[in-house]
Design a protein around this ligand. Structure first.
Ligand code: T3D
Length: 266
């Protein structure tokens, strides 16, 4: 079948590239299925310590393929409307949950426009790096939908209610520099530098204590629904577990011995 997700391994980094460049990497059912499978393979491969997600061609992803017969409203008179919630339940939600719970950190290298589900998939990564010419579009309201793939959860947390609603309601194209300025993404680099810069971040993360990184993501997400004291106690529980793990012993020993650490927990 068609390779809609290109997968490459460089050291401990698994690079996954959305690969429908002629359609701006718009998401179809086969693409969503292949991406989920690729994430599952990365999750199960103990040699993978970071996933780097990017797009082929000039876009990261234009979001749901609006011409896909699975979701496109049938214009023929009398045709039954399609339940796009079913599409979310079947394909998008498992994909996004798989990414957000991956046992390794996820870096998104946003190489061009990221619209709709494509934008929110990228924004759900742990570290989002964008090319200067990249942009983010909450395209949903323009076609009569609400932000999905976690947009309603992510946007207000990342940029606050005022900016989140402005982005979601107007659906304007947000340039990478503005996205950075409002705290939506972590870093912007010149276009030609994006592949190497994102790979360098991914390689650094891959050399770090994976389990601690993943617990950091989880603790931060969990803390959003806890009060301050509960967050303190949850930190203590997780810290207690990490304190018994190999990487803490190795990290402290390497520090005291003034040598580079070799982490292996995952
Ligand atoms: O439906 C469900 O299952 C629920 C889930 C929904 C999740 C969603 O993602 S909803 C949001 C879907 N995405 C959009 O609404 C974005 C639509 N696209 C755009 O707004 C623009 O194309 C972009 C901002 C992404 C890029 O603009 P630009 O000017 O760089 O390119 P363009 O000329 O508009 O697009 C180039 C081609 O790609 C064009 O086709 P053509 O004229 O060359 O034959 C365009 O129609 C096509 N294209 C772009 N986005 C999509 C698409 N074709 C199908 N689906 C798309 N999403």
């Amino acid at each position: 079948h068609e390779t809609l997700i290109q997968s490459e391994t460089r050291g401990a980094v698994r690079l996954l590239r959305l690969n429908r460049p002629d359609a701006l990497n718009a998401m179809t059912v086969p693409l969503l299925v292949q991406l989920r499978q690729a994430l599952e393979l990365a999750a199960q491969d103990a040699t993978v310590r970071c996933v780097l997600l990017t797009g082929a061609g000039r876009a990261f992803s234009a979001g749901q393929d609006l011409a896909d017969p699975h979701v496109a409203p049938t214009r023929a008179p009398g045709a039954a409307p399609k339940d796009i919630g079913h599409m979310l339940d079947q394909y998008y939600i498992p994909l996004v949950l798989r990414m957000r719970s991956l046992p390794v950190p996820v870096v998104a290298a946003v190489n061009g426009v990221a619209a709709g589900a494509g934008a929110n998939l990228a924004l759900g990564a742990d570290v989002v790096v964008a090319a200067e010419s990249a942009s983010f579009v909450q395209a949903f309201a323009r076609i009569g939908l609400i932000p999905d793939c976690g947009g309603t959860w992510l946007l207000p947390r990342l940029v606050g209610r005022a900016k989140a609603l402005e982005l979601a309601l107007l659906g304007d194209k947000l340039r990478a520099a503005e996205a950075l300025a409002m705290g939506l993404i972590a870093r912007v680099v010149p276009d030609v530098e994006l592949p190497d810069a994102a790979m360098a971040i991914a390689q650094r993360l891959a050399g770090m204590p994976t389990r601690a990184l993943v617990e950091t993501r989880r603790a931060m997400d969990d803390a959003l629904k806890l009060d301050f004291e509960a967050a303190l106690r949850r930190e203590a529980t997780l810290q207690s577990q990490l304190g018994f793990a190999h990487d803490y012993l190795e990290g402290t020993a390497a520090f005291l011995d003034k040598r580079p650490p070799t982490f292996k927990d995952r």
